[in-house]
Ligand binder design. Structure first.
Ligand code: RIB
Length: 300
């Protein structure tokens, strides 16, 4: 199964603190590390580790060793022919994690902001040959729109992870097969904090399937007719970074393997949960064997 991921590539600067700082407060970190991240790159690495053939379309900086990151993606086995090298700095993310594993993230997009529609059209072959295209919102919205519409032209399934939250043009929704907001993003998109009502609003706008990630509570699915609530998997969580990313990758992989929707949600919950058991973004993304081990343990 082929998955094309179109999105951000970042360097993550992560500080671990006891408690997230208040406005105007300075706190001392107990640990600090630099690792590879970006919602796009995380989703690409996660999908690859779960067993898919992955093609990444994204952008890095020319002058700050962006090629080192691309080399790492290549070493993962990801096709990197869709990577754009730019004069901007590679995107970076300042991440703070508290004692219970919750985080705040500030992203400077840098090179990600140079990923334009022209580049997407130039790499349309990657989209055309994919079974799924996965996108997020850390690249320009116009680029996302082009990629989504191109995917539909080729009849390729589109998963949009609307993170970070921003308003989407109304005419985009009908091109999206699956949208995967968390509760905050859902409220931003729909103006309601009621998960069921919010999800229904997205269905009414034209999205075929809505999957809301609920963190410790699991995930909620609706296509407007059927509703499924899938419970979270209990693990020893220490860092939630990239859990949403691996969840999205797992959805595409499971659906590509023809799992039914209940098993797909369960599979994605397991992958997301495992991601929270290690520190960092790409460092914490599980391999298929780990996932299968846990699935067996859980009696799946
Ligand atoms: O979803 C986690 C990711 O968000 C981090 O890796 C960071 O780079 C930001 O893009």
């Amino acid at each position: 199964m082929k998955i094309a991921v179109i999105g951000s590539i970042n360097r993550d600067y992560t500080a671990q603190v006891k408690k997230l700082p208040e406005k105007g407060e300075t706190v001392i970190a107990s640990n600090y590390n630099i690792s590879l991240g970006g919602k796009g790159a995380n989703q690409a690495v996660a999908a690859k580790r779960l067993g898919a053939d992955v093609y990444m379309i994204g952008a890095v900086g020319n002058f700050d060793n962006g090629e080192d990151i691309v080399k790492k993606l290549k070493e993962e086995g990801i096709d990197i022919s869709g990577i754009l090298y730019t004069d901007e700095v590679t995107g970076n993310a300042m991440i703070t994690i508290d004692e219970s594993g919750f985080n705040t993230i500030v992203v400077y997009p840098g090179a990600n902001s140079k990923l334009d529609s022209f580049w997407i059209e130039r790499h349309s072959k990657i989209i055309e040959e994919a079974d799924f295209v996965i996108l997020q919102l850390e690249i320009p919205l116009e680029t996302v729109e082009t990629a989504v519409k191109l995917s539909k032209k080729y009849n390729v399934k589109v998963i949009l992870n609307p993170a970070p939250a921003c308003q989407l043009p109304d005419d985009l929704y009908r091109y999206i097969d699956i949208i995967t907001p968390n509760e905050v993003e859902l409220a931003h998109l729909t103006g309601t904090t009621d998960v069921k009502k919010g999800a229904m609003k997205l269905v009414e706008k034209g999205v075929k399937k809505v999957i809301v990630t609920l963190g410790e509570k699991g995930s909620y699915y609706t296509d407007g007719y059927e509703e499924i609530f899938s419970e979270a998997i209990s693990v020893n969580s220490i860092d939630s970074t990239a859990a949403g990313d691996s969840f999205n990758a797992a959805l595409a992989v499971a659906l590509g393997e023809d799992m039914d929707i209940k098993s797909t949600l369960r599979f994605a919950n397991i992958v997301g949960a495992l991601t929270t058991t290690k520190i960092g973004a790409q460092d914490s993304l599980p391999y298929r064997e780990e996932v299968e081990k846990l699935r067996i343990k859980l009696g799946e």
